[in-house]
Structures are given as C-alpha cells and as structure tokens.
Design a protein. Structure first.
Length: 190
C-alpha cells in the first residue's frame, strides 16, 4: 500500500446509495483513509422510534488516494466513480473537508441540505411569501430573494432566511422567460 497517504488530496467517490458505510469499511480495510460524514436522525417504524446514523451526503464519501493509482478504488464493490471533470479526478478542497470534519466532531445537530448558490431560482417554503418563486442573491452580507415582473423588466428584493427556500432547478439549466415567450440565458444578479 502507498506510504505517506496524508500527502494525497481528498477525492469524492460516488457510491451506490445505502452502501456508503460498507464501501468506507472496505477501503479502510485496504489501507485507505476514508471519511464518511454522518448525522443522527430519528426513524419511525410502526412499533417504535429509533435514532439512526445516515450519510450527510447520500451516495458519496471521501477518500485520500493517489489519483494516478485509482484502479483499486474503482474496483471496490459499490464504487460508481471518482468525481471529477472530463474523466479526471478532481480533488476536494482540504478546507472544505476540515470544515465538515469539525462540524461532525462538534456534535451540533446537522442534516443534509439542498445546495443553494447565488443566482439559483428558489421557491419560498415558509412564511407569508410561501409558494412564491424568485432568484437568490447576496447583498451586503445577507441573502435576498428577488421577485421579478418580466413584462415590465422590474424586480424587487426582500431579505429572507435561506432555510425557508427550496431550489427549483440547477442554475446551469435555468432559463428566464422575458414575458414575450422567448427564453433568454440566465443572468446572475449579485
């Protein structure tokens, strides 16, 4: 096995859903350093309620390895692929892994959350604006929802709690209708 595994970057592995812990154990048995962040939730059955550990990122786990020697990783039962670009593994930022490790170690309650980025179209799920849609923007350190009237090309922004919104679709596929029936490319309002 490779010595000095700490010198390698972390990589995200896409794995079969509900096989995350088995894959992590298998990789650790092969001598790799893996990280499967988990959170505790309550699961209700008809006769009881029990606390269970679930993956914080369902279908993914993290592993340190030499990207030039990834065949043993890819042949691990349950591994679908190493996440990357153009068939090349992309390392995960060390600071992002450290932040998630610190969160898990803190014992603070956490749960999976939809990935929201500035510019995403979202639907408000709670409060007096429940059901309305807009675009998430960042202004003076706060998150705001921009509601637009396409026909007159005017918008209004309202400060919102990001926990009360749900993403509608990914920004890469989002399009705007300018009110005249023609689709226009998404423009980020930041």
């Amino acid at each position: 096995m490779t010595t000095g595994i700490q010198r390698f970057s972390w990589f995200a592995l896409q794995v079969r859903t509900r096989h995350e812990s088995g894959v992590a154990s298998f990789l650790e048995g092969k001598g790799y350093q893996s990280f499967l962040p988990q959170y505790t939730c309550r699961k209700r059955w008809s006769d009881r309620v029990r606390e269970v550990e679930n993956p914080l990122f369902p279908g993914y786990l993290f592993c340190r390895f030499d990207p030039q020697d990834r065949l043993p990783i890819l042949t691990t039962p349950g591994v679908i692929q190493v996440v990357g670009y153009n068939r090349s593994p992309a390392p995960v930022e060390e600071s992002e892994i450290q932040a998630v490790q610190a969160l898990v170690a803190s014992g603070l309650p956490c749960q999976p959350w939809p990935f929201l980025a500035v510019g995403d179209r979202v639907r408000i799920e709670a409060g007096p604006l429940r059901g309305y849609e807009g675009r998430l923007v960042h202004f003076k350190g706060n998150q705001r929802l921009v509601l637009s009237i396409g026909l007159v090309h005017r918008s209004v922004a309202v400060e919102i709690d990001a926990t009360s919104v749900k993403p509608l679709r990914s920004p890469s596929t989002a399009r705007l209708d300018g009110g005249d029936g023609q689709l226009r490319p998404l423009r980020l309002a930041v």
